[in-house]
Design a protein around this ligand. Structure first.
Ligand SMILES: NC(=O)c1ccc[n+]([C@@H]2O[C@H](COP(=O)([O-])OP(=O)(O)OC[C@H]3O[C@@H](n4cnc5c(N)ncnc54)[C@H](OP(=O)(O)O)[C@@H]3O)[C@@H](O)[C@H]2O)c1
Length: 262
């Protein structure tokens, strides 16, 4: 029987690349994002290139009802999910300066609550079948506190903690869970967030292509990594991020008010 992968945020950037690489492995695809047109275009492209079946499910994961609706819709169609990629995400509001709490609430729903609920809904079925993969897209921003919008890094830190704990809980069940932590990656993310000037001001060697990040993530989960920093540069930097000395340096540079959002 065909295996099925569900990818959120599948119409652009890392999500679209996950869909492409999983299609190349022969997975049927369930593609989720808000806007139906780019999703349908992605589905048509992947059907054409890889001959896989695709199902487009437009949904806004910042709405609390979305994960349950996705789950119920798949259940009704008799489809079970073997590979779940919780990838949809945005740069997000500033905790202190954005004064509309609804905006924060929707951000937390998208970045944390919906991911936890997707795991809650889909992991037990994987467990029962004795096979499954869940990749939660976190970020190197979740590995070190910086001064900034005080929302994005903490949300990604939650996904890292959630993935590590789920991975331990599901050990031996045939279900593997990994938090993939990309650094700066060429996608639509920074343009959508109005951060094009910041992107252009950063050195090119800090940036990775989405295909590299995704390939490394798909390999890492097979090697039982519960957290994986993608990109050689960021893997090298990560132990430094964890040191008191580096945190002190970041503290000093943050006081000079420099920030970015990988
Ligand atoms: N690019 C980077 O440098 C970088 C680095 C580290 C981590 N990440 C993380 O990687 C993930 C993917 O980002 P990306 O760089 O590929 O961004 P992207 O190119 O902007 O793609 C984002 C995708 O998420 C979808 N999406 C956004 N809000 C959504 C919502 N409320 N409900 C459902 N889908 C939604 C978008 O489609 P619609 O707008 O149609 O919904 C799109 O398909 C994010 O979690 C991001 O935090 C990115």
């Amino acid at each position: 029987m065909d295996k099925t992968a569900l990818i959120t945020g599948a119409s652009a950037g890392l999500g679209k690349e996950f869909a492409r690489q999983l299609a190349a492995q022969g997975y049927q695809l369930v593609l989720v994002a808000r806007n139906p047109e780019p999703l349908q275009a992605t589905a048509a492209e992947l059907q054409h290139d890889y001959g896989v079946q695709t199902l487009v499910l437009p949904a806004d994961l910042s709405k609390p009802e979305a994960p349950r609706q996705i789950f119920t819709s798949l259940e009704t169609q008799g489809l079970h999910i073997d590979y779940l990629v919780n990838n949809a995400g945005i740069a997000g509001p500033d905790l202190l300066t954005d004064r509309d709490w609804q905006v924060h609430s929707r951000f937390f729903e998208l970045m944390m609550v919906s991911v936890a609920q997707m795991c809650h809904l889909f992991a037990p079925g994987m467990q029962e079948r004795g096979m499954g993969r869940i990749i939660n897209i976190a970020s190197v921003a979740g590995r070190i506190p910086r001064s900034g919008n005080s929302n994005y890094g903490p949300a990604k830190a939650y996904l890292i903690a959630l993935s590590e704990e789920l991975s331990l809980t599901l050990r031996g069940s045939g279900v593997k869970v990994c938090a993939l932590c990309p650094g700066f990656t060429h996608t639509e993310f920074h343009q959508r967030a109005g951060l094009t000037a910041m992107k252009n001001s950063l050195p090119k060697w800090l940036w990775y292509d989405a295909d590299v990040v995704v390939r490394e993530g798909l390999q890492a989960i097979e090697k039982n990594k519960s957290v994986y920093i993608s990109g050689r540069l960021y893997r090298w930097l990560d132990p430094l991020f964890q040191s008191v000395f580096t945190r002190r340096l970041f503290f000093i540079s943050d006081r000079r008010n420099q920030s970015g959002t990988p």
